[in-house]
Structure formats: C-alpha cells, structure tokens
Design a protein around this ligand. Sequence first.
Ligand SMILES: O=P(O)(O)OC[C@H]1O[C@@H](O)[C@@H](O)[C@@H](O)[C@@H]1O
Length: 783
Amino acid sequence: MKCLILAGGSGDSLWPLSRKNYPKQFMNIKEGRSLLQETVVRNMPFCDEFVIVTKESYRNIVNGQMKAFQSLKYRLILEGSPKGTAAAIMLGNMFCNQSELVFVVTADHLIEGQEYREAVLRGKELAKEGYVAAIGIKPTENASGYDYIIKDEEDVLGFIERQQFDLKSDSYKNKEYLWNSGMYIYRVGDLINSVKNISPELYNTCRSAKRRTPAIRRGIRFSENVMKDIPTGSIEQIVFSKNSIVKVVEAEFGWKDVGNVSDLDGFGSVTHSDYVIKNNCEDVSVVNNAERQLVVTNDLNDIVVVNTEDAVYVSSKERAKDIKDIIKDNREKYESYFDYNRLSYREWGIHELLTWSEGYKVKKVTVFPGMSMNLHQHEMRSEHWAVVEGTATITLGQETRDYHKFESVFVPIGMKHKVANKTDKNVVIIEIGIGEVVSERDIVKIYTDESSEGNYIATQDNPVIKLDPAFKDNLWGGTKLRTVFGKKCDYDIIAESWELSAHPDGPSRIADGRYKGMLFGDYLSIIGKESLGWKCQAQDRFPILIKFIDAKQALSVQIHPDDEYALENEGEYGKNEMWYVVDSEPGSYLYCGLKKNTDKEEIERRIADNTITDILNKIEVKKGDVVMVKAGTIHAIGAGIIICEIQQNSNCTYRMYDYDRRDKYGNPRELHVKKALDVVDTKAYVKDNTTEVMLEENEHYSLERLVQCKYFECLKYEIKDEVKIVADESSFVSLVFIEGSGTIEADDYKQEVPFKAGESFFVSSGKRSINIKGKGTCIVTHV
Ligand SMILES: O=P(O)(O)OC[C@H]1O[C@@H](O)[C@@H](O)[C@@H](O)[C@@H]1O
C-alpha cells in the first residue's frame, strides 16, 4: 500500500511555534521528531512507499526531515498553488497504478493507541472490496473545530464541515456521527473511476496537469499555471459527498487535529520544561521552545504561554485560537515575526540565525551528510567559521581541505568558498559574518557545477548499482514476473517491471548500499552527467528504459512516434524499441509492421471494422528471438510471451485498436487513432539487418550483438564461467540477467555484487572493466 501524506498546510494556528516558512507539520512534537516524521513512522508498518504532497516552498524541509529514514521510498508532489484536498489527492493518484491501494493521511494530526492498527486493517479490507474507507473517530467531546461524518452502521449518510455542524440542531438528533479524520483507504482505480463520473472537471484537469508537467528530478512540480484550472475544494465536497462507494470505519484511537497552542497539552516535549517555573498557577500550559530562557508564571489561571527565541504568545486557553485574526490584523507591521522563524532550510542543510546587529551576524550552519553548498562569494562581508561538530570539507579559493572539530577558518571578502560534508554525520559550523552588509543579499555570485545537478557530493562508491523496478498493472499482464523472476509486488497482476528507468511514470530505485531506496533519477543527479559517458552529454535526460513485459493476453495494436513528433506533441522523446523474447508458450506470435504497403485510409478503415490484424506482419516467436520495432511501425505483442524490452526513455504509445476490451469498471482504454495515423509508416515491414550477429565465441562465453541503432546497442553474453566487459568513457552500461547467477565486480572498486536471473544493474562510465563470474545470460546495453 502507498501512503499519500497531505503535508501542504501553512496555517498560522500554532504561532509562534509554527510560521509560514515552517508550519506545524514540520514542528517537533515528541522526542525530537516532527509531526511529519511521526506520521511516516506510524504508517511504515502498513505502507511500503510514501508520496508526500506539499507546497513547493517546503520541499527542502521535507527532504531534510526525510533524511531521518535512510532507504525509505518516497516521492514528493509539489504544488505551485494549493487547491485543497481534492486536487492534492488526485494529483497523488496520477502517479499510482490502478490496482494500487492508497492510504491518505494528514501530516499534522496527533494520534495515539493500538486501535489505529485495527482501523487501518479494516479500511484495507473495505478498499479491497472496492470501497473508499473513511476512518471516523468516535467523538469524546463536542468539538466545534472538527468535520463530521453522519453514518448508519458502515454506511455514510453525509459529510458535514466544521462550520455547519451544530449538535443541537434537529437534523442531527438521533443520528450517529463521528469526527472525520480525513484518512481514507481505497484502490486507485476505484477512486479514479468514481471521480471520472462525479467530477469529470476534477479528473480531466488533474490529468491534463500531469501531462503538462515535465519530468524533473526528486519531485514532481505542478506549477501554478499548470494547476490553474483544477477546481478548489475538499475531497469530501467535490467527490465523497456524492459517492456511494464510501464506507466508514469507526475507530476509537486517540486523535487530535491540533488547532491551536492550547491543544498541545499532553504533548509537552516541545517544552524545555527545565526552564519553566509555575507558581500558584492553575490550568496553565507553558510551551517553552527557547533553549536556556527561563519562563516564570505566577498566580495565573487558564492561561497558555508559548515562548520561542524571537516571540512570545500569552493567551487565555479558551481564546487561544484568536491568534489567526491577530496575525491577520497585524501582519503588515510584524510580517517577519509572523511568517519566519530563525531557521532557513536549504537543499544541503539548515541556517539558524543566533544573533545579529549592525555590522555582524552569527549563525549556526548545519550541512547534512553527503551534501554541499554551492560555491559562492560575498562582496561586503568576511566570515569566520569554527567547526563545532563533524569534519567539514571546505573550499577557499583554489584550495580544498578537511577541517575537524574546533578548527577555524577565515573567509576574506570576495573569496570563493563553500562547505561540503563527505561524512555520514552532520557538520555544524558557527559562522560570524562581519561587514557593511550582512544580509543574504550580499551573496554576489553563485557558481553552480553544471555536471552535477543539486547539492549532493559524489563519494567513491561501487559503480555497480543494483536496481529495484517500478511495476505496472496493464490489464493484459500475468503473474510470471513473480513466479519466474521472483519479483516482489503485491498487485494481482504484474504486466511490466521497469528495470532501468529514470522516467517519472515508473522510476526504478537503488536496491542496495548507501543510496538504497533512492529514485534512480536522483542517483544520476548525484553522480553527475559525466558519469553517463560522453555520448550522453548532449541529451537532457537519461536516454534509455529497460522493462520486462509479461503478456498473458495480447497487448493493444499500437505505434510509437519518432523524436520529432513526440517532442513537438508530447514533450517526450520518441520510442524506438527492441524486444528480446525471454520465454514464450508454444505457438505464440506477435505482430510487427505491415504485410505489404498499405495506405492510411485502409488502415483507418480496418481499425474501424476490427480487421487491422489481417494486414499486419505476424511473427511466430520462441525464446531468444529478437525483434527491432522502429518508431512508426505498427506492432502488438501477442499472448503467452515474456519480453525484455530495451527502448528509448519515453512512455509515449498511441493505441490504434484494443480488441474492444474493457477494464474492470467497464471502460474501454483510450485509443489515439488520429495521432497513430499521423506517425504510421505505411510501407511493408523489412527486417532490421543489424540484429543477431555473432561476434565472439570461446570457452568462457559467447557474445552476440542483438541490435544496434542510433539510440542504443544491445549485446547478449552467454556466460559459461567468466567474462570481462569494458565500461569505457563513452557510455554507462546496463546489465540485465535473463538466466543464471553469479557475481559482478568492477576492477576499480573491489567488491563483488551477487546477481541472479531477473535482476538489473547500472554501471557508470569510466575506464573500467566489469568482471562477471558465474553462469548465465546477460543483456548488456549501452548508448
Ligand atoms: O497500451 P498497452 O496495450 O497497455 O501496451 C503498452 C506497452 O506496449 C508495448 O508494445 C511496449 O511499447 C511497452 O513499452 C508499452 O508499455
């Protein structure tokens, strides 16, 4: 199950603990962990991947907090303009497969108790039966700040928003009601199908937003412009209140939607209680978030005091919530206090302002493991750095060296400098800036390293990287990828596993080692473009995608565009692909190309009268066969075949004919006949003559070239005991094992990595050879 965490809230409600630059979901609530981190921990037993939907400006905070979970799988969806929970949930769903179960949770709830687990498991059962399970909490008080669900047993009679709920009103007499926790469990296909019917506007606008969102690394960023047509509102308003498939799970765990500072009672570890004295006070809560500042309260009643490094809030408990209005009325004058705390989050770490005055500024600078600042310089200030934790790798001008704890450095005005952290622990530096201008405006120049995007620093790691695939559940898929290759995926059917993929529609991940769990595309940005080899330097994205395909039924009759058409119409590359038949049932066949020259009118007519396959070139296939499918060629994989597909990095398929099949909701899959006819090659199929050329055979291995085209070259090694493969500076190398087992080792990093059939490895380019020992069939691809 995937966990979709809604973490975009930007409320002022917990001021001065929360600020606009640091809302409550990121605040430490318990034992040094934030509400967001607490949400992740709570759901780890049920979910294997996290999709976090948040505001673009919170990206660095979320990435920083997620560092606490090494190797946890997560992705970010960044909203340029938040539009409520309906949009957030639907945009999250756009990146899930239909058969995936999703658990929607909110990042800023306080939850306690064993009953949570039972509620989730019951919700999951309902979701498997095709319902959307809403988790409702048995009210323990008449809380006006909560949304309600009116119910009858497990059926939902209505969703009531907080403002409209009045317990005394006749409409709620004799009704059963629960607090609406905003947590939902469902199967993606079920929810999307009902959104399609109930709010086509929401469905279509989110879909088109997804289509218009270019592939970027680390997160999916929906710009304000791309989101502008998506309707604003809650999922309850727009979808669930009109949806008969919602069932409620009644739960009794401790649940609190923290509305204001007086709700923090009982969750006191944000408090430095050693620095609080209460004298003769009754019902007084003190939250002291400032280290070493003493708070003394005397002879008070029913009061909440919140003390932070730069602001204090004192209120009666009852009226604590008025803070929102107070902020609204006074924002203009005190914006910096209301909106910002002293922390500033960067991709590489955190700045904390300790003190400042005219002419100086003192900061605590934390650099996360494996991260680096950009090289920069100042024109108006010099800096003194004292390392107080860890080992910092500091660049000053042309020189770079390590500085250990308690060593100091002086950075003169105008000198290029940066701090990197090559270790596994945080580096902390106390920085004293002095000069005429000490604000951030004085960064006059930032030097970015073109070859490695972002602020990661490459460390000497094994260049042989094992990958975990992303899975797809297209309706024609089977179960052989699980039974033959042991793929671990809980879908009923697995149609495809994307083994080497930096494509946002199905990115593979690093399977082992230091970067375990990381998206392959992110890993590529760490090692830098140079590590892909010089042939890739002109390309703006990773060039290839490799999949296994298990066709239990026939795939659609379809076609892929070439680069020119795809870039112009889809913002994607075109798709030339090659199929290697891993296995096939007796009598299996596929279609590739036309039997004879055929004009577009005839192709169109034959699609309409269901006779398109009559004019296609039918090829019977067996294990080991190779078919090159050039862009523009009509094709269809037939039933009973497992294929290893090497293709350009694109997910652009135009379906022409789908046997009038329906999915389980009775919907036909979309066809793209017009575009298909735009790009179709109308000439008769001619077999590619670069395929299947034996290049070498000896007692240790045989080497066959499977295919060679402008985009890639694929080689097949039948390894009897050992082979050495060269990964030179021209290209990275992909290794996909079809059969066998053994070990892989690069000669410049002596560590053996085991392999077995069905596994995939990426090796960065360089002057190295890769030794494979064992027995097996390996498909080696490079550009
Ligand atoms: O459109 P359907 O029938 O699901 O088939 C889609 C699949 O077709 C195959 O021929 C390949 O091009 C795959 O890369 C693709 O994912």
